[in-house]
Ligand binder design. Structure first.
Ligand code: CA
Length: 363
């Protein structure tokens, strides 16, 4: 419509006047949050999750709440994401809570701990076993509110340049592994380094490290670890179901409307299920590509190594528990849930999978 003609009518002028008054009010109700991540830009699964979250939130709020996503290094470094949000330099982070274990060991339990919970079990603890309440208490100490917002499912044991047949073979190995899993391997003689994702491949290539874990076939294929290490070990006892988190500055969180908080929470729950489903769908084909096209050999850690890792994991978790008061309560809650869920997982998923793995004609 021609603007002059539109304004020339009395009704048109009245409508235009209403629009002119309404526009600033709408602008005031719009809000953009800055989200920093611990992931490379658009990295499969991990880096895409916060981008998709931002899209969902913008759509669900009709554009009233938008989230601008910064990959690791764009605004702050991967491991600086938590401090940036706690200080208010950024509004949100998407990352793995165990990266903040230097602040309290309790954080590790909200991503994954060695010989801990599977992805489904973990959410059982968070939503129905008292986990979220403890997490809220822990995060609030730092001015942050965190919730689950993606899950990789079980991870694999990692990439090694040479075979690991005995406990002796672990001694002196330089390996990238974060969290308490790293501490477990350190006690078995491994020289542990915690590198953010983007730094791993160059370190593996130039010999700064001899071995690394990252996630699983889909993500590990994307990083190209197979180019420099051919032995891919299973299982990943250090991260049986890595839960990733959305952390929001607590003042920012409290300042959002109840509707916005509900939308972010629901979008993260959707992201959690969606990401886990994508890891499940893409990991099988990726594993096939690794073994059939890139000559990767999948090896299982020996029972001797797994039992040593298991015992050491128990020691490490118990010792971490006494490091501060809240870690003890988180550990107690986590361990109680692990005990209560095990009979069900054994009778449910484990029993079914054991049956499916029996030798019988089917396909
Ligand atoms: Ca990992």
């Amino acid at each position: 419509m021609d603007r002059r003609r539109f304004l020339g009518t009395a009704t048109g002028a009245a409508v235009a006047g209403t629009a002119a008054l309404a526009a600033p009010a709408i602008a005031q109700n719009k809000r953009e949050l800055r989200l920093v991540t611990t992931w490379p830009k658009n990295f499969p699964g991990l880096g895409v999750a916060p981008e998709r979250l931002a899209k969902r939130v913008a759509e669900a709020t009709d554009g009233a709440l938008t989230i601008k996503v910064y990959a690791a290094g764009e605004l702050v470094g991967a491991f600086e994401a938590f401090d940036a949000v706690a200080s208010g330099a950024a509004d949100m982070y998407h990352g793995a809570e165990y990266y903040w274990q230097g602040k309290s060991q309790a954080f590790s339990f909200f991503t994954a701990v060695p010989f801990g919970l599977t992805a489904y079990e973990h959410n059982g603890w968070i939503y129905h076993g008292g986990g979220q309440e403890l997490w809220d208490e822990l995060s609030a100490k730092f001015g942050v509110k965190a919730i689950p917002c993606a899950n990789t499912g079980v991870q694999l044991g990692g990439w090694f340049r040479r075979e690991i047949n005995t406990l002796e073979d672990l001694k002196g190995l330089k390996m990238r592994m974060p969290g308490l899993g790293g501490e477990v391997f350190r006690r078995l003689g491994v020289n542990i380094q915690a590198l953010p994702g983007a730094d791993i491949f160059p370190a593996l290539q130039n010999g700064t490290i001899d071995a690394t874990e990252w996630v699983g076939p889909w993500n590990d294929l994307a990083f190209g670890f197979y180019k420099v290490a051919k032995f891919y070990y299973i299982p990943g006892i250090h991260e049986p179901g890595a839960s990733l988190a959305l952390g929001t500055n607590l003042n920012v969180w409290n300042d959002l409307t109840p509707g916005q908080r509900a939308i972010i929470t629901a979008a993260c729950q959707a992201e959690d299920a969606y990401t886990y489903a994508e890891f499940t769908a893409r990991s099988g084909p990726a594993l096939k590509t690794l073994t059939e096209e890139h000559g990767v050999q999948v090896k299982r850690f020996s029972d001797e190594i797994l039992q040593a890792l298991g015992k050491t994991s128990g020691d490490v978790l118990r010792e971490a528990a006494v490091s501060d008061e809240i870690t003890q309560r988180v550990f107690d809650s986590f361990l109680a849930f692990r005990k209560s869920v095990r009979p069900w997982t054994a009778a449910g998923e484990e029993a079914y999978l054991a049956a499916r793995n029996l030798d019988f004609p089917f396909e």
